[in-house]
Design a protein around this ligand. Structure first.
Ligand code: HSE
Length: 308
Protein backbone atom coordinates (compact mmCIF):
# COMPACT_ATOMS: atom_id res chain seq x y z
CA UNK A 1 0.00 0.00 0.00
CA UNK A 2 1.53 3.36 -0.95
CA UNK A 3 2.14 6.04 1.68
CA UNK A 4 1.65 9.00 -0.61
CA UNK A 5 -0.71 9.72 -3.46
CA UNK A 6 -1.19 12.62 -5.88
CA UNK A 7 -4.57 13.14 -7.49
CA UNK A 8 -6.35 15.40 -9.98
CA UNK A 9 -9.84 16.46 -8.89
CA UNK A 10 -11.94 17.90 -11.74
CA UNK A 11 -14.13 20.94 -11.69
CA UNK A 12 -17.83 20.37 -12.16
CA UNK A 13 -20.93 22.09 -13.47
CA UNK A 14 -23.96 21.55 -11.29
CA UNK A 15 -27.67 22.13 -11.95
CA UNK A 16 -27.06 21.85 -15.75
CA UNK A 17 -29.88 24.32 -16.36
CA UNK A 18 -32.99 22.45 -15.33
CA UNK A 19 -31.66 20.19 -12.55
CA UNK A 20 -31.18 22.38 -9.49
CA UNK A 21 -29.42 20.27 -6.83
CA UNK A 22 -30.00 17.02 -8.74
CA UNK A 23 -27.78 17.17 -11.86
CA UNK A 24 -24.12 17.80 -12.53
CA UNK A 25 -21.20 16.83 -14.73
CA UNK A 26 -17.44 16.91 -14.34
CA UNK A 27 -15.00 18.72 -16.64
CA UNK A 28 -11.37 17.85 -17.23
CA UNK A 29 -10.40 21.34 -18.42
CA UNK A 30 -9.86 22.69 -14.91
CA UNK A 31 -9.25 20.99 -11.59
CA UNK A 32 -7.30 20.88 -8.35
CA UNK A 33 -4.32 18.74 -7.51
CA UNK A 34 -3.80 17.24 -4.09
CA UNK A 35 -0.96 15.32 -2.49
CA UNK A 36 -1.86 13.21 0.52
CA UNK A 37 0.53 11.37 2.81
CA UNK A 38 -0.12 9.20 5.82
CA UNK A 39 1.35 10.63 9.01
CA UNK A 40 1.86 9.11 12.45
CA UNK A 41 0.36 12.06 14.34
CA UNK A 42 -3.28 10.86 14.31
CA UNK A 43 -4.22 14.24 12.86
CA UNK A 44 -5.35 15.73 9.56
CA UNK A 45 -2.79 18.43 8.77
CA UNK A 46 -3.77 20.79 5.98
CA UNK A 47 -0.57 22.63 5.23
CA UNK A 48 0.60 24.20 3.07
CA UNK A 49 -2.39 25.33 1.06
CA UNK A 50 -0.80 26.86 -2.00
CA UNK A 51 -2.10 29.95 -3.81
CA UNK A 52 -5.19 30.56 -1.68
CA UNK A 53 -3.83 31.67 1.66
CA UNK A 54 -7.32 32.38 2.96
CA UNK A 55 -8.42 28.74 2.82
CA UNK A 56 -8.90 27.46 6.36
CA UNK A 57 -6.21 25.05 7.53
CA UNK A 58 -8.20 23.93 10.58
CA UNK A 59 -9.44 20.50 9.40
CA UNK A 60 -12.82 21.11 11.05
CA UNK A 61 -13.30 24.22 8.91
CA UNK A 62 -11.79 22.91 5.69
CA UNK A 63 -14.00 20.90 3.28
CA UNK A 64 -11.24 18.34 2.64
CA UNK A 65 -10.66 17.92 6.39
CA UNK A 66 -14.36 17.45 7.12
CA UNK A 67 -14.78 14.94 4.29
CA UNK A 68 -11.73 12.91 5.41
CA UNK A 69 -12.95 12.92 9.01
CA UNK A 70 -16.37 11.60 7.91
CA UNK A 71 -14.63 8.69 6.16
CA UNK A 72 -12.34 7.99 9.14
CA UNK A 73 -15.28 8.09 11.57
CA UNK A 74 -17.09 5.52 9.46
CA UNK A 75 -14.01 3.27 9.54
CA UNK A 76 -13.41 3.97 13.22
CA UNK A 77 -9.85 4.95 12.32
CA UNK A 78 -7.57 7.59 13.79
CA UNK A 79 -5.04 7.47 10.95
CA UNK A 80 -3.52 10.90 10.31
CA UNK A 81 -2.85 12.53 6.93
CA UNK A 82 -0.84 15.45 5.58
CA UNK A 83 -2.96 17.14 2.93
CA UNK A 84 -1.50 19.50 0.35
CA UNK A 85 -4.06 21.23 -1.85
CA UNK A 86 -2.98 22.94 -5.05
CA UNK A 87 -6.05 25.00 -5.85
CA UNK A 88 -6.60 25.78 -9.48
CA UNK A 89 -10.33 26.34 -9.03
CA UNK A 90 -11.01 29.54 -7.19
CA UNK A 91 -13.47 29.29 -4.29
CA UNK A 92 -16.81 30.91 -5.10
CA UNK A 93 -16.40 30.22 -8.83
CA UNK A 94 -19.48 28.07 -9.47
CA UNK A 95 -17.34 25.31 -10.95
CA UNK A 96 -17.16 23.08 -7.93
CA UNK A 97 -14.13 24.33 -6.02
CA UNK A 98 -15.18 22.92 -2.65
CA UNK A 99 -16.47 19.74 -4.30
CA UNK A 100 -13.10 19.13 -5.98
CA UNK A 101 -11.30 19.43 -2.63
CA UNK A 102 -13.81 17.20 -0.83
CA UNK A 103 -13.99 14.56 -3.57
CA UNK A 104 -10.22 14.61 -4.12
CA UNK A 105 -9.55 14.19 -0.41
CA UNK A 106 -11.74 11.14 0.07
CA UNK A 107 -10.59 9.41 -3.12
CA UNK A 108 -6.94 9.96 -2.09
CA UNK A 109 -7.50 8.72 1.49
CA UNK A 110 -9.37 5.70 0.17
CA UNK A 111 -6.35 4.89 -2.05
CA UNK A 112 -3.95 5.20 0.88
CA UNK A 113 -6.12 2.92 3.02
CA UNK A 114 -6.30 0.14 0.41
CA UNK A 115 -9.67 1.11 -1.11
CA UNK A 116 -12.13 0.03 1.59
CA UNK A 117 -14.90 1.96 -0.24
CA UNK A 118 -16.23 2.14 -3.78
CA UNK A 119 -16.21 5.56 -5.44
CA UNK A 120 -19.99 5.61 -5.16
CA UNK A 121 -19.74 5.15 -1.38
CA UNK A 122 -17.17 7.95 -1.16
CA UNK A 123 -19.70 10.51 -2.42
CA UNK A 124 -21.47 10.40 0.94
CA UNK A 125 -18.28 11.46 2.77
CA UNK A 126 -17.42 14.12 0.18
CA UNK A 127 -20.90 15.55 0.63
CA UNK A 128 -20.17 16.24 4.31
CA UNK A 129 -17.33 18.53 3.20
CA UNK A 130 -19.56 20.24 0.65
CA UNK A 131 -22.17 20.84 3.34
CA UNK A 132 -19.63 22.89 5.28
CA UNK A 133 -19.09 25.18 2.27
CA UNK A 134 -22.69 25.76 1.25
CA UNK A 135 -24.57 25.25 4.50
CA UNK A 136 -26.80 22.73 2.78
CA UNK A 137 -26.59 19.11 1.64
CA UNK A 138 -26.22 18.75 -2.11
CA UNK A 139 -24.27 16.24 -4.17
CA UNK A 140 -24.61 17.70 -7.66
CA UNK A 141 -20.93 18.76 -7.68
CA UNK A 142 -19.32 16.14 -5.45
CA UNK A 143 -20.97 13.19 -7.22
CA UNK A 144 -19.69 14.08 -10.73
CA UNK A 145 -16.32 15.26 -9.34
CA UNK A 146 -15.90 11.85 -7.70
CA UNK A 147 -17.44 9.62 -10.37
CA UNK A 148 -17.02 11.61 -13.60
CA UNK A 149 -19.59 11.90 -16.37
CA UNK A 150 -23.08 13.17 -15.59
CA UNK A 151 -24.72 12.35 -12.29
CA UNK A 152 -28.39 12.47 -11.45
CA UNK A 153 -29.15 12.61 -7.74
CA UNK A 154 -32.44 10.71 -7.84
CA UNK A 155 -32.85 11.08 -4.07
CA UNK A 156 -30.98 12.30 -1.03
CA UNK A 157 -32.53 10.24 1.72
CA UNK A 158 -31.13 7.68 1.17
CA UNK A 159 -28.59 8.95 -1.36
CA UNK A 160 -29.45 7.46 -4.76
CA UNK A 161 -27.12 8.48 -7.59
CA UNK A 162 -27.47 7.55 -11.24
CA UNK A 163 -24.26 7.82 -13.25
CA UNK A 164 -24.58 8.57 -16.96
CA UNK A 165 -21.73 8.32 -19.45
CA UNK A 166 -21.52 11.47 -21.56
CA UNK A 167 -22.32 11.37 -25.30
CA UNK A 168 -19.00 11.05 -27.16
CA UNK A 169 -19.02 14.39 -28.90
CA UNK A 170 -20.38 16.56 -26.10
CA UNK A 171 -18.17 19.54 -25.19
CA UNK A 172 -18.48 22.18 -22.56
CA UNK A 173 -17.36 25.82 -22.59
CA UNK A 174 -17.28 27.69 -19.30
CA UNK A 175 -16.55 31.33 -18.59
CA UNK A 176 -15.50 32.22 -15.08
CA UNK A 177 -15.77 35.97 -14.40
CA UNK A 178 -13.28 36.55 -11.58
CA UNK A 179 -15.77 37.66 -8.96
CA UNK A 180 -16.73 35.54 -5.98
CA UNK A 181 -20.29 34.42 -5.33
CA UNK A 182 -20.75 32.45 -2.13
CA UNK A 183 -22.99 29.42 -2.68
CA UNK A 184 -24.66 30.04 0.66
CA UNK A 185 -25.66 33.58 -0.33
CA UNK A 186 -26.71 32.53 -3.82
CA UNK A 187 -28.99 29.90 -2.25
CA UNK A 188 -30.51 32.36 0.19
CA UNK A 189 -31.72 34.40 -2.80
CA UNK A 190 -34.03 31.67 -3.99
CA UNK A 191 -37.73 31.59 -3.31
CA UNK A 192 -38.74 28.34 -1.56
CA UNK A 193 -41.97 28.20 -3.61
CA UNK A 194 -42.25 27.00 -7.23
CA UNK A 195 -45.43 27.69 -9.21
CA UNK A 196 -46.88 24.46 -10.61
CA UNK A 197 -46.74 25.66 -14.24
CA UNK A 198 -43.00 26.31 -13.96
CA UNK A 199 -42.45 22.99 -12.20
CA UNK A 200 -44.17 21.17 -15.07
CA UNK A 201 -41.85 22.77 -17.64
CA UNK A 202 -38.85 21.95 -15.48
CA UNK A 203 -39.85 18.26 -15.06
CA UNK A 204 -40.23 17.98 -18.82
CA UNK A 205 -36.75 19.41 -19.31
CA UNK A 206 -35.08 17.16 -16.74
CA UNK A 207 -36.66 14.09 -18.31
CA UNK A 208 -35.76 15.35 -21.80
CA UNK A 209 -32.17 15.99 -20.82
CA UNK A 210 -31.82 12.50 -19.36
CA UNK A 211 -33.26 10.94 -22.46
CA UNK A 212 -31.04 13.09 -24.71
CA UNK A 213 -27.93 12.06 -22.78
CA UNK A 214 -28.75 8.36 -22.95
CA UNK A 215 -29.53 8.42 -26.65
CA UNK A 216 -26.90 11.02 -27.69
CA UNK A 217 -29.72 13.13 -29.10
CA UNK A 218 -27.97 16.52 -29.18
CA UNK A 219 -31.10 18.36 -30.34
CA UNK A 220 -33.08 17.05 -27.38
CA UNK A 221 -30.21 17.90 -25.00
CA UNK A 222 -30.30 21.46 -26.34
CA UNK A 223 -34.08 21.86 -26.09
CA UNK A 224 -33.95 20.59 -22.51
CA UNK A 225 -31.23 22.98 -21.34
CA UNK A 226 -33.72 25.48 -19.96
CA UNK A 227 -34.18 26.66 -16.41
CA UNK A 228 -37.41 28.50 -15.65
CA UNK A 229 -36.96 28.50 -11.90
CA UNK A 230 -33.45 29.27 -10.65
CA UNK A 231 -31.73 31.08 -13.54
CA UNK A 232 -34.22 33.99 -13.61
CA UNK A 233 -33.65 34.57 -9.89
CA UNK A 234 -29.87 34.29 -9.92
CA UNK A 235 -28.86 35.89 -13.21
CA UNK A 236 -28.83 39.35 -11.61
CA UNK A 237 -25.65 38.28 -9.83
CA UNK A 238 -23.81 37.62 -13.08
CA UNK A 239 -22.32 40.43 -15.12
CA UNK A 240 -23.45 40.51 -18.78
CA UNK A 241 -25.52 37.33 -18.37
CA UNK A 242 -28.23 38.05 -20.96
CA UNK A 243 -25.75 39.36 -23.54
CA UNK A 244 -23.48 36.38 -22.93
CA UNK A 245 -26.29 33.87 -23.33
CA UNK A 246 -27.52 35.47 -26.53
CA UNK A 247 -24.02 35.47 -28.07
CA UNK A 248 -23.34 31.91 -27.01
CA UNK A 249 -26.62 30.69 -28.52
CA UNK A 250 -25.90 32.61 -31.73
CA UNK A 251 -22.49 30.91 -31.85
CA UNK A 252 -24.17 27.50 -32.02
CA UNK A 253 -24.49 26.34 -28.41
CA UNK A 254 -26.97 23.59 -27.61
CA UNK A 255 -27.82 25.54 -24.47
CA UNK A 256 -26.38 27.88 -21.87
CA UNK A 257 -27.05 28.57 -18.21
CA UNK A 258 -25.46 29.43 -14.89
CA UNK A 259 -22.87 26.94 -13.67
CA UNK A 260 -23.84 25.95 -10.12
CA UNK A 261 -24.49 29.01 -8.03
CA UNK A 262 -22.46 31.27 -10.37
CA UNK A 263 -20.71 33.44 -11.38
CA UNK A 264 -19.49 30.94 -14.00
CA UNK A 265 -21.70 30.37 -17.02
CA UNK A 266 -21.54 27.13 -19.03
CA UNK A 267 -22.70 26.00 -22.41
CA UNK A 268 -22.81 22.60 -24.06
CA UNK A 269 -21.99 22.01 -27.70
CA UNK A 270 -21.63 19.22 -30.19
CA UNK A 271 -17.98 18.98 -31.15
CA UNK A 272 -14.79 20.86 -30.33
CA UNK A 273 -15.14 23.34 -33.17
CA UNK A 274 -18.47 24.55 -31.88
CA UNK A 275 -17.15 24.72 -28.28
CA UNK A 276 -14.23 26.87 -29.51
CA UNK A 277 -16.59 29.19 -31.42
CA UNK A 278 -18.59 29.63 -28.19
CA UNK A 279 -15.39 30.44 -26.29
CA UNK A 280 -14.64 33.15 -28.89
CA UNK A 281 -18.17 34.55 -28.51
CA UNK A 282 -17.78 34.64 -24.72
CA UNK A 283 -14.45 36.39 -25.11
CA UNK A 284 -15.97 39.04 -27.38
CA UNK A 285 -18.63 39.86 -24.79
CA UNK A 286 -16.22 40.05 -21.88
CA UNK A 287 -13.14 41.66 -23.41
CA UNK A 288 -14.80 45.08 -23.44
CA UNK A 289 -15.71 44.92 -19.77
CA UNK A 290 -13.09 45.68 -17.16
CA UNK A 291 -13.62 42.31 -15.50
CA UNK A 292 -10.99 39.59 -15.40
CA UNK A 293 -12.22 36.23 -16.61
CA UNK A 294 -11.09 32.78 -17.63
CA UNK A 295 -12.59 30.57 -20.30
CA UNK A 296 -12.29 26.78 -20.33
CA UNK A 297 -13.13 24.46 -23.22
CA UNK A 298 -13.37 20.86 -22.11
CA UNK A 299 -14.76 17.44 -22.84
CA UNK A 300 -16.88 15.98 -20.07
CA UNK A 301 -14.59 14.18 -17.61
CA UNK A 302 -15.27 10.47 -17.88
CA UNK A 303 -13.69 9.19 -14.68
CA UNK A 304 -13.80 11.97 -12.09
CA UNK A 305 -10.97 12.16 -9.52
CA UNK A 306 -7.93 10.26 -10.73
CA UNK A 307 -4.50 9.36 -9.40
CA UNK A 308 -1.75 11.16 -11.35
N1 HSE B 1 -26.90 23.12 -6.69
C1 HSE B 1 -26.10 24.03 -5.94
C2 HSE B 1 -26.65 25.43 -6.09
C3 HSE B 1 -24.69 23.97 -6.45
O1 HSE B 1 -26.99 25.80 -7.21
O2 HSE B 1 -26.77 26.13 -5.10
C4 HSE B 1 -23.75 24.91 -5.80
O3 HSE B 1 -22.52 24.91 -6.49
Amino acid sequence: MSEVVKIFAPGSVSNVGCGFDILGFAIDGVGDEMILKKNDKNAIIIDPVKDYENLPTDPKKNVAGVAIQALLDDLNSDQGFDVEIIKNIKPGSGIGSSAASAAGAVVAVNELLGKPYTKMQLVDFAMKGEELASGDVHADNVAPATLGGFCLIRGYNPLDIVHINPPKDLWCTVIHPQIEIKTKESRELLSPEVPLKKAIRQWGNVAGLMSGLYTSDYGLIGRSLEDHIVEPQRKVLIPEFDKLKESVMNAGALGCSISGSGPSVFSLAKGRESADAIAAAMDTVFKNTNLDYKIYVSKISEGGVRVI
